[in-house]
Design a protein around this ligand. Structure first.
Ligand SMILES: NC(=O)C1=CN([C@@H]2O[C@H](COP(=O)(O)OP(=O)(O)OC[C@H]3O[C@@H](n4cnc5c(N)ncnc54)[C@H](OP(=O)(O)O)[C@@H]3O)[C@@H](O)[C@H]2O)C=CC1
Ligand SMILES: Nc1nc2c(ncn2[C@@H]2O[C@H](COP(=O)(O)O)[C@@H](O)[C@H]2O)c(=O)[nH]1
Length: 327
């Protein structure tokens, strides 16, 4: 590993503009054979997505991944999405009942377009076996496997049959893996993404550590096909979870999938809960993200997302956080 840096240490270098308006720039991406408006997916976490958000995202041309924390509702969820002619994108774990679930889906011919294997330490035989199991029983489903943080892991999961891998161990806002275990890509997630992307032959999802809309462009520059985001999507009107009021201000909860709040017990806890300021409508945030990414494309000197992939950059430690804030 040569250069180690993170999102706040990078500035992308502009090229001559070739559009007259940022609205000419196209932020869409084809992923898993489907075209989506943005290379962005809200995290498959219980305080980020629920069925009604999934429907709204799919209806409006955005990619989504439903979480796996109400396992008994997943078959019905697939039916519901398909009855609306929308894609079904679900998550699974690796425990024995998940093997039965995949077989049940195959038997009932309920075939999700996307299946994400959602595990903390994805470079494991447990995930490799699950990839193979899904590919055997549901070969039409596009399989996303993760999470990983090394090129070896990306290669092994791809070889096992994964159609995309998800990179990010511990950079998340509600993650405490780095503190509790000493391991992960927290603090150097962007460099880890670059390292993994060099080894990848299939798409990569950059997962965790996105703190500004500019970080989406940086992820694309360093090899991401898709960017998974939790905290920036937390706290919206539509977001699941409890709302509280403090000093006349509204806040909403955002908790980790490996937190005590998710697990219902204090065992192998690697996540925490926080309250984020109430942010208004999710759709407004998506529109702002699109506009900011259109602007990124224009600075890259292109009209399409791919223009960002080849821009020059500089590494300046903490360059964007010199006390600056968007608001
Ligand atoms: N991206 C990230 O950095 C992280 C994300 N998470 C999120 O938290 C949720 C829960 O994750 P997870 O605990 O994996 O899911 P599960 O609780 O479903 O565990 C999956 C299986 O993997 C085993 N397992 C979990 N961690 C390890 C490990 N470090 N080494 C060996 N085996 C392990 C578990 O056994 P046992 O519990 O007995 O060890 C269990 O059998 C997921 O949504 C995940 O994405 C969690 C931590 C980090
Ligand atoms: N270490 C942990 N990571 C977690 C947990 N729950 C979710 N996550 C990961 O964080 C990202 C979202 O990151 P953000 O910076 O955008 O907020 C999510 O997609 C997971 O990969 C957890 O409990 N522990």
């Amino acid at each position: 590993m040569d250069n180690v840096f993170d999102y706040e240490d990078i500035q992308l270098i502009p090229n001559k503009c070739i559009v007259n308006s940022r609205s000419e720039c196209d932020t869409s991406i084809t992923f898993g054979g489907y075209k989506f408006k943005l290379p962005v997916v809200p995290a498959n976490m219980q305080t980020i997505i629920d069925e009604s958000i999934a429907i709204k995202l799919a209806e409006n041309g955005y990619f989504y991944i439903m979480h796996r924390f109400n396992p008994e509702t997943r078959a019905e969820f697939i039916k519901n999405m398909h009855s609306r002619k929308l894609i079904a994108s679900i998550s699974v774990g690796v425990k024995s009942e998940e093997y039965d679930f995949i077989e049940q889906l195959a038997k009932e011919e309920l075939i999700p377009e996307f299946i994400t294997i959602d595990i903390a330490h994805g470079h494991s035989n447990a995930v490799i076996e699950m990839i193979k199991h899904i590919k055997k029983h549901l070969p039409q489903s596009f399989v996303i496997a993760g999470n990983v943080g090394t090129p070896e892991a990306v290669r092994e999961l791809e070889q096992a049959g994964a159609d995309a891998t998800k990179v990010g161990i511990g950079p998340g806002k509600v993650c405490i893996t780095k503190i509790k275990t000493g391991f992960g890509t927290g603090g150097w997630q962007l460099a880890a993404l670059r390292w993994c992307a060099k080894a990848a032959t299939k798409p990569i999802i950059a997962d965790g550590g996105i703190r500004t809309h500019g970080d989406i462009a940086k992820s694309v520059r360093f090899g991401a096909s898709m960017v998974m985001i939790g905290s920036l999507f937390a706290g919206h009107e539509e977001s699941p979870g409890q709302t509280i009021e403090k000093d006349g201000k509204k806040f909403k909860e955002y908790f980790g999938s490996a937190s005590e709040f998710q697990k219902g017990e204090k065992k192998n806890v690697e996540g925490k809960k926080m309250y984020v300021e109430h942010k208004g409508s999710l759709m407004d945030t998506l529109v702002e993200m699109e506009q900011d990414l259109q602007s990124s494309i224009s600075y890259a000197g292109g009209k399409k997302l791919d223009a960002i992939r080849t821009v020059d950059y500089v590494i300046v430690k903490n360059s964007i956080f010199n006390g600056d804030k968007v608001y």
